[in-house]
Design a protein around this ligand. Structure first.
Ligand SMILES: NC(=O)c1ccc[n+]([C@@H]2O[C@H](COP(=O)([O-])OP(=O)(O)OC[C@H]3O[C@@H](n4cnc5c(N)ncnc54)[C@H](OP(=O)(O)O)[C@@H]3O)[C@@H](O)[C@H]2O)c1
Length: 195
């Protein structure tokens, strides 16, 4: 992602994956100049954090990864683009509030990538409320949805989840994180990657 106005929305931002993998990886991309300055990150979860508390929480996870602890000055600049909205994904009104905050921060047309970093049993509710609140509409830029593994518990539940996703997102908008990792692994066989 380059300098375009883009928001990465981490649904489940106070969880282990977000704190110990996703945000440290994004920060590493910024440090290596692979993530443009026009990219902001907005966390969404129930915990009642302010933006600053969320930034501190993410620094606690990031500084434990490799040599990122030595990059405090770069972190302080990166963290200015970290924001947090407290909400419950069971509540459609909380997604409306999320949408309002996104519009305020973006201040114009912007792309949005929604990353579902939540327990698998919540995927359907999250997609239903995300789509129902209009956040999947590509009215001001592209929209993408990243979904973690596992995709359903069995064929029946996977099909049910797929049906909900198809209501709001085209196939081209959906990125299955596990499949994407496998494809990357095939293209870059020498790189060790987590599962
Ligand atoms: N952890 C890993 O290394 C890892 C690796 C591979 C795949 N995954 C997959 O990644 C996903 C996330 O895993 P995780 O380990 O990060 O899980 P986790 O630590 O349990 O985090 C779950 C997140 O969901 C939020 N959440 C739960 N219920 C919510 C609700 N009703 N409304 C809003 N937010 C809610 C929690 O925040 P609040 O309690 O503050 O709301 C928290 O931020 C899972 O699908 C898992 O299978 C994880």
């Amino acid at each position: 992602m380059t300098g375009e106005n883009t928001t990465i929305v981490l649904i489940g931002a106070t969880g282990d994956l977000a704190q110990r993998s996703l945000v440290p990886a994004l920060f590493h991309l910024r440090c290596t100049k692979c993530l443009g300055r026009g990219v902001r990150i907005v966390g969404f979860a129930r915990r009642p954090y302010s933006d600053d508390e969320f930034r501190d929480f993410m620094w606690q996870g990031t500084r434990e990864v490799g040599e990122l602890a030595t990059r405090r000055e770069e972190w302080d600049s990166f963290a200015q683009n970290l924001f947090y909205v407290s909400g419950n994904l069971d509540k459609p009104g909380d997604f409306t509030r999320l949408g309002q905050r996104l519009e305020e921060l973006e201040a114009g047309p912007a792309n949005r990538l929604f990353y579902l970093s939540i327990p698998p049993q919540l995927y359907e509710t999250a997609v239903e409320n995300l789509g129902g609140s209009g956040l999947a509409r590509e009215n001001t830029g592209w929209r993408r949805l990243v979904i973690e593994k596992p995709f359903g518990r069995d064929l029946t539940s996977a099909r049910a989840l797929d049906r909900v996703m198809q209501k709001f997102f085209d196939d081209r908008q959906v990125i299955h994180r596990f499949v994407a990792t496998l494809q990357l692994r095939q293209r870059l066989p020498d790189i060790a990657m987590p599962n």
